[in-house]
Design a protein. Sequence first.
Length: 286
Amino acid sequence: MIARIDLHTHSTASDGTLSPAELVHAAADEGLDVVAITDHDTTAGWQPALRALPRGLRLVRGAELSCRWSGEQPPVPLHLLAYLFDPDFPELAAELARVRIARAERGERIVALLRADGIDVSWTEILAAAGGGTVGRPHIAHALIQAGLVATTTEAFGPDWLGERYRLPKDDIDVFRAVRLVRAAGGVPVFAHPRATRRGRIVPDELIAELAAVGLAGLEADHEDHSPAERAHVRGLATELGLLVTGSSDFHGTHKTVRLGAFTTEPEAYERIVAASSGVTEVASG
Ligand code: AMP
Ligand code: FE
Ligand code: FE
Ligand code: ZN
C-alpha cells in the first residue's frame, strides 16, 4: 500500500477548527500514514498533538511562517512551511513571537476599521474565540459570519471585507531571513502554494531561484489554490532548481471546505525532508 502523506494542516493553535488532538485523530480516521501540523507562526500545537498521536500515524512537527518579499512595494506576503526545526532556536523563536504579537495588533486595527464603519464586531470576543492560538483573518471572518454580515468564510475574504476593504498588512518575516533561520534551526523550508494567484500577488520565479540558492528545499505544487497549469508550472520549476515537490490539503477544519488528505506528497519527497532535518525527529507512536 502506498503511504498517504499530508504535510500541511492547521489546528486551533492557529486558524484551524480542530484541536491538535482532534486533528491527529481525524488524520488517522482519514487513513493518513503521515501528517504534518503546520500552524501559522507557532509550535504550540506540537505537544498536544504528540500526546494524542494515534497508533500507526507519523507526526511531522512543523509551522507555516508568515513571510514577505520586499522586491516589490508594497512587499508581497508569502507563506513558508518549515518542518522538523528546533522550536527553541532563539532567533527563530523570537521571530515567531514577534509575528504573533504583530498579528494581534493588526487584528485589533482591522476590527477598529470595521467598528468605525458601524460594524459591530468585538476584538475581545474574537481573541477569546481564538483561545490563545495565533490569531488571523479567519477568526475575524468567523465573527462576521456570526454577526450575520456574511454567509461564508469565502465571502468574508471578498473585496468588500477582509480581502481588500478591511485588509491590513502584517509585520511578516523577511523571506531570506526565514529560510536561513529555518535551516540554522535544523529545519527544512518549503514554499507553500507559491503560484496561488487567486490569493493575491505572487512572487517571480527568479525569487524562488534565489531562495533555492540560500537553502529553500522544496515547493508545494499540489494545493487547492493552484490550477492544474499552476501545479505543472511549479513541478517544472522544482525540477529545474533541484527542489523537492509536496502536495497537501492545507486543512483548516470548518474554516475551509478542503478535506484532510485531499492532496498528498510522494514518499520520496517526504523522505528527503526527513533526511535533511536535524531540529526535531518525526514521531511514530506505538
Ligand atoms: P492572515 O494570516 O490573518 O492574513 O489570514 C490568512 C488566512 O486566511 C490563510 O492562512 C487562510 O487560512 C485563510 N484564507 C485566506 N484566503 C481565504 C479565502 N479566500 N477563503 C477562506 N480562507 C482564506
Ligand atoms: Fe490559515
Ligand atoms: Fe498558507
Ligand atoms: Zn496553511
